[in-house]
Write a protein of this length. Structure first.
Length: 233
């Protein structure tokens, strides 16, 4: 079985929010899809270990923000690689309250959808929640929604271990030039610092070796410090 085939499937990148009575959480998901149009129904696959899973199971509702290509990696990191049990997920994020009472992430969102859960399916590590759409609207008509391929290729993003599409080994990268500075991998989130690309969001220009990054530089995805990085083999 050639599991690299799974990388050929197309996805988007979304923030899923859920909760009730003032207690809410949000997480990144790439597996959101429309199931039927009449009535409009969505499915989302959520890892049972994720805090958002508990929230959806209890509140029976969720909201989806469709992220734009311009979404900074720091925001994806805040929702994708940090647990809502440990941090305030919505800190510094602009949020609006939806018809369902759920917080809808408005920053860098192309559009949002709110749904009420009408069914779920146990899939081992994950649950697929079916949600009937109760409200949806465009937030930024000019912005392009981010595809999962764009997230990986252009943003250098990785899948956390709880993602349905997580694979232990990333597919082989195209052949690299013979001599080049080493790449370093974040041991927390898997982000790779590539000297050829630098870190545009951290104002690090291409061509800066990892060794030469400022001591206070942190992982643009999860905020880990430099000593949490390992040189790529
Ligand atoms: Fe990291």
């Amino acid at each position: 079985m050639n599991k690299s085939v799974f990388y050929k499937l197309s996805y988007g990148l979304y923030v899923i929010t859920s909760g009730k009575e003032g207690k809410f959480n949000g997480q990144i998901a790439n597996t959101v899809f429309q199931v039927t149009s009449e009535p409009p129904t969505l499915a989302v696959s959520i890892n049972k270990l994720n805090f958002t899973h508990e929230h959806i199971r209890e509140s029976r509702k969720f909201a989806v923000s469709i992220l734009s290509e311009a979404t900074p990696m720091t925001m994806i990191g805040q929702f994708g690689f940090k647990c809502g049990r440990d941090i305030k997920k919505f800190e510094g994020i602009s949020v609006r309250t939806g018809k369902t009472g759920l917080p809808i992430v408005a920053d860098h969102a192309v559009a949002f959808i709110e749904a009420e859960v009408v069914g779920d399916m146990d899939c081992g590590t994950h649950t697929i929640f079916l949600g009937q759409v109760v409200e949806c609207d465009i937030l930024d008509a000019a912005a392009e929604p981010m595809t999962y391929a764009y997230y990986h290729k252009v943003k250098g993003g990785k899948a956390p271990k709880t993602a349905p599409t997580y694979q232990k080994e990333e597919p082989p990268q195209p052949a690299a030039p013979a001599v080049k500075a080493a790449r370093y991998t974040c041991s927390i989130c898997g982000y790779i610092y590539d000297p050829e690309k630098g870190d545009p969001e951290g104002n690090i220009k291409p061509g800066i070796r990892f060794e030469d990054l400022p001591a206070d530089w942190v992982c643009p995805v999860c905020g880990a410090e430099k000593d949490m990085f390992e040189q790529e083999a």
